[in-house]
Design a protein around this ligand. Structure first.
Ligand code: PLP
Length: 473
C-alpha cells in the first residue's frame, strides 16, 4: 500500500528545515517561523493553565505534597489524583478504558453541562486524544474482510486530519457541502443528495459532524442539530460528533449546545434509538494540552457488544498516558469558588476566550481588507478559513509543478516570510476555490507578526506574482 504524504506534512518538513537553517546562522528576512497551520496552541506561545501544571507537577514529584509554598487546593487535588493511580504513581498503567475516577468525573461534567441529562461511566471511554478515539470507531465500522465498502458522510470543508484517517481505515469519504453563504450551515437537502449519490458506491454507516466547526468556525443552533439527528435516525446512520472546541464559542448570538442534550430533549423515538458518539479532549482551546494526549468519547444507544469491542480495541492501545488523564480530570472538574486557585484559573480561561474572540474579529477584518481575500466571520473554534483569489501566474506555475495552487501559496509564504498557514486543499474541497487555514489562538503580539508578514507577502504576490521568487520545486 502506497503512503501519500500530505501537503501539511510536506510543509511541516519545510518549516522544520527553515528553522534548522536559522539555527545554523543562515540569514533570512525573519527571525523565526510562526506556525499557525494547526491547533497547537502552546507551540504558538499560548500559556498553559497554572492549576493544571501545578497539580501535575506535584503528581510527578509527590515530595511537593509536603511543600507549604504550593497552594493547599493544588496539593489536595494532587493527593486525590495520586490516590486513584495504581501504586499511587503516574508511572503506572491504567485500565484500558481509563482511570475509573476520571471516567466518573467526565460523566458528572457531561451531566452538569447538559443540564441534568444523565451520563453513565460505562458509556465513557478515555483515549489518547479524540483522534485516537475516532480511529477506534472507524476501525469498528470498516469491514475488515473487505466484502463491503463502507462510507462516512463528511462535511466539505472537513478537518484536515479526517481524510487521511478515513483513508487509513479503509472507509469511503462521502462529501456533503456546507453552505458558506449561510454561515457554513449544514443543509438537509444536501445531506440527502450526498447520501443518495453514495448509495451503490458504498454503504454509508455514519455522518461526521464538527461543531464548533473545524476549519469553518460555524456553531450549529438547536434547530440545525435536531435536523441532523432526524436525518441520522431516518437513514440509520451513526452520529459522530467532534465537540472538542465546545469551550470556545464567541459569536454573539450562539452558544454551544451538545448533540446529546438536544437528542435527549427530543421524542423517545430518537433519544432511545439514535446512536451517537461524541468526542472531547484536553486539546480544547482553553486547555491546549495537546501534547499530554488524552480525550474521551461518550457512546449513546450503542449495542453492548459494540461497547465490548471498543473496550477490547482500546486494550490494544494499552493505556492512555496517566498524566493526560489527570489533566482531563482537571478540565472536567476545575477549581470551584472558594478554592485558592479559583480566581487565577478563571482569569486564565477568560483570557484565552477573550484572546480568541478578539483575534477572530481582528483577523477577519484584516483578511477582508486585503485584495483578493474574503473571509466569513467565525462563531467558535480556533480557525479562520479565508478564500484567496490567486493570480493566474501562480495557478499556472502550480500546475507546472504538479501541486495545488494553495499549497504553492503556503510554501512561498513560508519561504519568504516564515509564516506557516494550512492549505485549503487538505479539507477535501472540490469547488475549485483556493483557501487558507489559520489558527487564531495565538498571543496578540505573535498575531501582529503573522498579519504583517502575511499582508506584505500577499500584496507583493498580487503585484508581481513571480518576479521576486526563487524556483519553487
Ligand atoms: C478535527 C479535530 N478535532 C480535534 C482535534 C484534537 O485532537 P486530539 O484530541 O487527538 O489532540 C484535532 C487535532 O488534530 C482535529 O483535527
Amino acid at each position: 500500500m502506497g503512503i501519500r504524504v500530505s501537503p501539511q506534512s510536506r510543509l511541516q518538513c519545510f518549516a522544520a528545515h527553515i528553522t534548522d537553517q536559522i539555527r545554523l546562522g543562515e540569514q533570512k528576512p525573519f527571525k523565526e517561523v510562526i506556525d499557525v497551520s494547526s491547533g497547537d496552541f502552546h507551540r504558538a506561545g499560548m500559556k498553559p493553565i497554572s492549576f493544571v501544571r501545578q497539580v501535575l507537577a506535584v503528581c510527578l514529584y509527590p515530595e511537593l505534597l509536603k511543600d507549604k509554598h504550593v497552594a493547599e487546593d493544588v496539593r489536595r487535588r494532587a493527593q486525590t489524583l495520586l490516590g486513584v493511580c495504581a501504586g499511587d504513581s503516574v508511572g503506572s498503567y491504567s485500565a484500558s478504558a481509563g482511570i475509573p475516577h476520571v471516567r466518573q468525573s467526565i460523566a458528572e461534567f457531561i451531566a452538569r453541562r447538559d443540564a441534568g441529562v444523565p451520563s453513565y461511566v460505562k458509556d465513557v471511554f478515555i483515549s489518547s486524544g479524540s483522534q485516537s478515539a475516532l480511529k477506534v470507531i472507524f476501525h469498528l465500522m470498516a469491514d475488515v474482510e473487505g466484502k463491503t465498502q463502507r462510507g462516512v458522510l463528511t462535511p466539505m470543508p472537513c478537518p484536515h486530519t479526517l481524510p487521511p484517517l478515513l483513508d487509513m481505515s479503509g472507509l469511503t469519504l462521502v462529501p456533503y457541502q456546507l453552505k458558506e453563504d449561510r454561515g457554513w450551515a449544514v443543509d438537509l437537502d444536501e445531506l440527502h443528495r450526498a447520501l443518495n449519490s453514495a448509495r451503490g458506491r458504498c454503504e454509508p454507516m455514519a455522518i461526521y459532524i464538527s461543531n464548533p466547526g473545524n476549519p469553518t468556525g460555524h456553531v450549529q443552533d438547536r434547530k440545525s442539530i435536531e435536523e441532523v439527528i432526524e436525518f441520522a435516525a431516518a437513514e440509520r446512520l451513526v452520529l459522530l460528533v467532534d465537540e472538542v472546541y465546545q469551550d470556545s464559542v464567541y459569536g454573539g448570538d450562539r452558544e454551544f449546545i451538545s448533540y446529546k442534550k438536544v437528542l435527549f430533549e427530543m421524542d423517545k423515538s430518537f433519544s432511545e434509538t439514535v446512536e451517537l458518539v461524541s468526542f472531547h479532549s484536553i486539546s480544547s482551546p482553553c486547555m491546549g494540552e495537546c501534547g499530554l494526549r488524552a480525550g474521551y468519547m461518550e457512546l449513546i444507544n450503542m449495542d453492548p457488544e459494540v461497547m465490548h469491542f471498543i473496550d477490547i480495541l482500546l486494550d490494544t492501545y494499552i493505556s492512555t498516558p496517566v498524566t493526560g488523564q489527570l489533566a482531563l480530570d482537571i478540565m472536567v472538574n476545575p477549581p470551584k469558588p472558594g478554592d485558592a486557585s479559583y480566581d487565577t484559573y478563571t482569569q486564565e480561561v477568560l483570557l484565552t476566550r477573550a484572546t480568541l474572540s478578539h483575534n477572530a474579529r481582528r483577523v477577519q477584518e484584516f483578511l477582508n481588507d486585503l485584495p483578493g481575500m474574503s473571509c466569513q466571520p467565525a462563531m467558535g473554534g480556533i480557525y479562520l478559513y479565508p478564500h484567496v483569489h490567486l493570480p493566474t501566474e501562480i495557478t499556472e506555475q502550480a500546475e507546472m509543478l504538479q501541486m495545488e495552487a494553495d499549497v504553492l501559496y503556503c510554501q512561498m509564504l513560508l519561504e519568504e516570510e516564515g509564516v506557516f498557514v494550512g492549505a485549503g486543499c487538505e479539507h477535501g474541497e472540490t469547488t475549485g476555490q483556493h483557501r487558507l487555514r489559520l489558527c487564531i489562538l495565538v498571543p496578540p503580539n505573535t498575531l501582529d507578526g503573522v498579519l504583517t508578514r502575511l499582508g506584505s507577502f500577499h500584496l507583493r504576490l498580487l503585484d508581481k506574482p513571480l518576479l521576486h521568487r526563487k524556483n519553487h520545486t
